[in-house]
Design a protein around this ligand. Structure first.
Ligand code: 6LW
Length: 508
């Protein structure tokens, strides 16, 4: 099952091209096909892989780390731990993915002939330290691995062996903090080193330097930062962590992360750091990034929107769709169709979303305004729907036989905010989020999260409306974004279907 981003008109591209929590994008091209990977932190499976034929429409084709041998996330690992930024490259007819598991085995390298998978077991890199690892090959076949915080070292990508001590290449702009997200490219007569600096919040930026060899020395671009929205009122903020790719027509493009805050300045964002696209030109041997906006002129080639995946999952397939993610590992008890044909059965491990070892299966919230519904049978357990950022920031509606209750967890505060009896039998739970848009897509808030059930005649019986600001990154911190899904708090909970629907206008 393929999950596609929003369709666009033929003349414009709407940014983000991959809405929702899809940070630290890394892109590569193989012939006419583009592939993109993002970080995934405490979620399993990890590192979503996307495919595109036009750089504009992206379809999730899998997750690179989809088995425990590849992705070990200790149950006590914190939210926003786990899998940090990847680099995805195509070299010598194979796909290469390098990533850091900050809660487990450090820097790991994977290969695949098909980016949809299966990907290999990890090639460990004990001699590679730091985060945001990058891979680049020179014309002599040497493979250079560059990381944030340590520098560059030559590796054997087949064995993980490292050669010589690491060397520092460039520390970025004097005075700018957190040089990270390095990517090395051989373009024309130069080797270019692209980095992010300023930190992944409102000061985030993209800078670049160049040298004659992959090991430098590097001279910084006189126009650095080549991209930033810091100090502006732009509706897209925190722009940084970029990667460059050349199209078959020789044009250049940049994917990068950004956020869309609401509530005025500095505001708050709820969908996490999303993947954006920007055009790049070259002037005097330096890249010049075109305007990054929520609506871009389309590239010169025909756009190829793939089939949009329906937002409803009836759990009829033996495999969960690739957009489904769980916490720290997919619970072995998740049985789709085996126990009840066409139902998803979740067996409780923890007792609530406060626990790091909770049975939760969710999908990234990709629209400021959306409606989520699910039919749940709690004759054998307790469970329901939740919208979460982390263990300390989530809103849940939990059904148990004959009643539902809504609980809000905001930092140290946790309280049942509403409850009511329910008719016997399965019940439809509903969560609606609404982020109010104004001119130019700037969201002035408020964010609201309405939670309730559906009466037998389908009408929405709202139990409570909560302030969505408390499920934002500016309140909760961290590197992820909202995930909405199903959970089990006791026994076995059966879900017949789950439906995610964007509401209102273009609110992606
Ligand atoms: C990522 C690094 C960063 O590895 O945050 O703030 C980390 N910058 O580039 C997680 O996204």
């Amino acid at each position: 099952m393929r999950v596609s981003s929003m369709p666009e008109t033929d003349t414009t591209v709407s940014n983000p091209v991959i809405p929702g929590f899809h940070p630290d994008p890394s892109v590569c091209r193989a012939g006419e096909d583009y592939y993109l990977a993002c970080s995934s932190f405490e979620y399993f499976p990890g590192v979503p892989i996307f495919h595109s034929r036009d750089l504009v429409h992206w379809t999730q084709i899998g997750n690179a780390l989809d088995r425990p041998a590849q992705l070990r996330l200790p149950l006590e690992s914190p939210s926003s731990g786990g899998i940090y930024a990847p680099t995805l490259r195509y070299h010598d007819g194979r796909f290469w993915l390098i990533v850091t598991n900050v809660s487990g085995d450090g820097n790991l390298l994977f290969t695949a002939t098909d980016p949809a998978g299966p990907w290999s077991d990890p090639i460990r890199l004990p001699g590679v330290h730091g985060i945001d690892p990058d891979l680049a090959w020179d014309d002599d076949g040497n493979c250079w691995c560059t990381t944030a915080g340590v520098g560059q070292i030559r590796i054997d990508p087949h064995t993980g062996e490292t050669f010589g001590p690491p060397r520092r290449l460039w520390s970025g702009t004097p005075g700018a903090k957190a040089p990270e997200a390095p990517h090395l490219y051989h373009i024309g007569d130069y080797w270019y080193l692209l980095i992010a600096e300023g930190g992944t919040e409102r000061c985030h930026s993209v800078s670049i330097a160049r040298g004659r060899t992959p090991t430098g020395p590097f001279e910084p671009c006189p126009a650095n930062p080549i991209l930033t929205h810091r100090g502006t009122e732009h509706t897209i903020q925190n722009t940084g962590h970029a990667d460059l790719v050349q199209a078959p027509d020789d044009s250049w493009w940049m994917v990068l992360l950004g956020v869309r805050p609401g509530g005025g300045t500095p505001g708050w964002h709820v969908l996490g750091r999303e993947t954006f696209l920007a055009p790049v030109d070259w002037v005097d041997g330096w890249p010049v990034v075109g305007e990054l906006s929520s609506s871009l002129p389309a590239p010169s080639w025909p756009l190829r929107p793939p089939a949009v995946v329906p937002g409803r999952d009836d759990f009829e397939l033996s495999e969960l769709a690739p957009y489904w993610i769980s916490l720290r590992h997919r619970p072995p008890e998740v049985c789709t169709t085996k126990e009840r044909a066409g139902w998803l059965t979740l067996r409780a491990r923890g007792t609530s979303l406060d626990d790091t070892d909770v049975t939760f299966v969710g999908r990234r919230q990709q629209h400021l305004s959306c409606r989520v519904r699910a039919l749940v049978d709690v004759t054998e357990g307790d469970g329901g729907l939740a919208v979460r950022l982390d263990e300390q920031h989530h809103y849940d509606i939990e059904a148990s036989p004959g009643k539902v209750r809504v609980r809000a967890r905001i930092g140290p505060l946790s309280t049942v905010v509403a409850s009511r009896p329910t008719p016997p039998g399965p019940v439809v739970l509903r969560i609606e989020t609404a982020g109010v848009h104004t001119v130019n897509d700037a969201r002035t808030g408020p964010d609201v999260v309405s939670i309730g059930i559906e009466e037998p005649d389908g009408t929405f019986a709202e139990l409570v409306t909560l302030d969505g600001k408390y499920l934002s990154t500016e309140v909760a911190g961290g590197f992820t974004g909202r995930v909405i899904g199903m959970f089990a708090a006791a026994g076995a909970v059966h879900f017949d279907w789950f439906e995610y629907e964007p509401a209102g206008g273009r609110s992606a």
